[in-house]
Each structure stands twice: as structure tokens, then as C-alpha cells.
Design a binder for this molecule. Sequence first.
Ligand code: ZN
Length: 136
Amino acid sequence: MQPPSRIDHLGIAVHSITEASGFYRDVLGLPDGGTEEVSDQKIRVAFFEVGEARIELVEPTAPDSPIARFLMKRGPGLHHIAYRVDDLDATLAAVKAAGIRLIDESPRDGAHGMKIAFVHPQGSGGMLTEFCQPAG
Ligand code: ZN
């Protein structure tokens, strides 16, 4: 497969974007990429730009959100690493063919007009892995 071209973003699980964003925006001075709700995942996300990559703060909007369950089990902190790929379908097929368990068998809609898919942490050294490709 074509290797990912770069780290797109690091996803950080937080209880409150309002509380957590002060560090990234005011202390580090990172450009604020705005906040967006992804309703099918029951999350709200905020992006802060760091060079070519971004920090993604992820806040649950419902108690049954996967992020709410993560916060309950593990507390706030690094949640996933997202790699930018050119061909998400081909990447998923190659990863699956390598025997790695996928969470998303096919791409779905993420924030910022991205097609995204997650790989189970079991196959990647314990790190929840996201692949993303700009849609269209
Ligand atoms: Zn993400």
C-alpha cells in the first residue's frame, strides 16, 4: 500500500473543549480551526493547527458516546492518531488483508469534510488509529 503521507492530527479526549482549549489557543497560541459537531459519533471537535498537523480536541455530547466511555475508563488524554492517506479504500483493503482488525470496514464522514475510518488498537500497539482522506 501507499504509506500515509503525514500525521493529519492527534485526537485528545476531553471533558470540556471550552476548558481544554485555553492551553492550545491562549498558552501555545495555535490558530483556532473552529469547532464542529459530528452527530453520528455524538461528539464535538475543535481543531488547532500545528504546522501541517492539527490537534483535535474531542468532547462527548451524550453519555453513550464512545468518547464518554473512553473518558470514564481511561480519563482525558491521547485518544487516537490520524494519518492522512491518498486512497482510503485501498488503505483499508491493505490493512485488512494484513490481518488487522478494522473498526470501520468502509469510510464514513468525519469532521472538516474528511472521509475517515478507524482501525482497532489491538493491531497497532494499543493505539487507536484513524485514516483520513479529504472528501471530493
Ligand atoms: Zn480524529
